[in-house]
Design a protein around this ligand. Structure first.
Ligand code: SF4
Ligand code: SF4
Length: 442
């Protein structure tokens, strides 16, 4: 194993921009291209942009290290062209080295989807059901690269960079100890401004995040930030719609206009995905349900069809999620089409601007830049989940009553399994060990 991979594994580095794929597994590959993903596209979130502005040297160092470990002879940083200041910094750092490229993208959603980024930056399409590594690429988020640079120095992942936005007094981007509760973060930033209404949070963003009403939820390695919204916000109402309501209305009101398909970023890249056909599955049971549902298999759950494309405010994304689950439960193998993948001729012209999307989501009143703030937040306790990544949970290696120090390993990858180590984010005493480890500050 390359020495960097071992350091990354020990430090508990996982993908900070998505589901938390363990980085020591992702980087244990030989490729020709490394793509650093700074093309953040969730409205109102600025964590990647601010990470690139505040930690450019660490990102460049992380890119260099991962390129060496994976044999990549080309390094591409993908980011939006509106981020002029950051682009200038990286152009200066990359200099005249033509193996290092800044790839500028438009301000559209979902520019940060790795299928989109890989295609835009390299012209390559990830094969059906495949991964970037299948076409010689490794894609990794910019915050992950900061964590790689730190891991190389023997410093484990103890903090996460997040944006706090929406109905809050001070929208900010900050770095906080992992395990800090959302409420503690909100208190530090100055609190909410929902005008007396019950607050909800869209944890992870308006498009792909989860609706949360319990603000004791901890920040994890994969947190990108959260958007506070009042209970009468359209996104709360739509997220809270019941499954029976979604099915009943979807079945009767879908006029098969196919806008959901025409705007689907995966369909536009050439993949077999047609959400308007998946909507037909809602009217059937058994074989017909499965047949129409099979058009959902390549859905990335970006929600563009639901929150932007559908003129009837239906939920084709949920229809896709439902069909994917049905097909998985029946263990039906997927056979990709035989014809080669080719992007749709309108792919370059049918991109959805973030500004328009923000307006459609009812978030324009909250659309202010969440600047970086140095954060001295010292939580009185943290709750650190043992599973913040893809794979199996870490095994606790501390017990109630133990004293721990920030950076100390408290959860280890079970032997022979896929997972990530977990470390204490504050100095203190362990007060609970279960699915998460609770530490009371010293
Ligand atoms: S956009 Fe809406 S109404 Fe049109 S086909 Fe899709 S789900 Fe049906
Ligand atoms: S959520 Fe909708 S728009 Fe996004 S990939 Fe799935 S079907 Fe396409």
């Amino acid at each position: 194993m390359h020495p960097l991979i071992e350091k990354v594994r020990e430090a508990g580095v996982v993908g900070a921009g998505g589901a938390g794929f363990p980085s020591h597994i992702k980087f244990n590959a030989q490729v020709d291209t490394l793509l650093a993903n700074g093309a953040e596209c969730e409205p109102l979130l600025y964590k990647d942009k601010e990470t690139m502005r505040v930690f450019p040297e660490e990102i460049a160092k992380g890119m260099e290290l991962v390129a060496q470990a994976t044999g990549a002879n080309r390094q591409i940083l993908g980011l939006k062209s509106k981020n002029h200041e950051v682009i200038g910094v990286f152009h200066r750092m990359f200099g005249h080295d033509d193996t290092k490229v800044v790839h500028e993208m438009g301000d559209y959603y979902p520019a940060g989807d790795e299928y989109v980024l890989v295609f835009e930056a390299t012209g390559r399409l990830i094969p059906y059901g495949g991964y970037p590594v299948d076409i010689g690429c490794v894609v990794t988020n910019v915050e992950t690269l900061v964590n790689v640079a730190l891991a190389n120095l023997g410093i484990p992942v103890t903090d996460a960079i997040i944006t706090v936005a929406g109905a809050v007094r001070n929208p900010v981007t900050i770095r906080v100890p992992i395990g800090t509760s959302m409420q503690t973060v909100l208190d530090w930033t100055g609190g909410i401004s929902t005008g007396g209404q019950k607050p909800y949070a869209l944890d992870g963003g308006a498009m792909m995040g989860e609706l949360v009403e319990d603000f004791s939820k901890p920040i994890t390695k994969t947190s990108a930030g959260f958007i506070v919204v009042p209970e009468d916000h359209i996104l709360v109402r739509r997220r809270n719609a019941s499954v029976s309501e979604f099915k009943r209305i979807g079945q009767s009101a879908c006029d098969q206009c196919s806008y959901c398909t025409e705007f689907c970023p995966r369909y536009l890249l050439g993949y077999q995905i047609e959400p308007h056909k998946v909507m037909r599955s809602l009217g059937f049971k058994g074989e017909q349900d499965t047949f129409w549902g099979s058009y959902a298999i390549n859905c990335c759950e970006c929600n563009l069809c639901t929150y932007y494309a559908c003129p009837e405010d239906l939920d084709p994304k949920q229809a896709c999620t439902r069909s994917k689950v049905n097909i998985r439960l029946q263990d039906i193998p997927y056979t990709p089409p035989e014809q080669p993948l080719t992007a749709h001729p309108m792919q370059a012209h049918r991109k959805v601007s973030t500004t328009k999307l923000t307006r459609k989501l009812g978030l324009t009143p909250f659309d202010v830049h969440a600047d970086w703030a140095e954060c001295d937040l010292q939580p009185s306790e943290v709750v650190i989940p043992l599973k913040q990544h893809i794979g199996v949970p870490s095994e606790p290696i501390v017990s109630v009553g133990d004293t721990v120090t920030r950076g100390q390993k408290i959860g280890a990858i079970p032997t022979g399994q896929m997972g990530a180590n977990v470390h204490a984010s504050i100095n203190g005493r362990v007060t609970e060990v279960g699915d998460a480890i609770r530490i009371e500050a010293a």
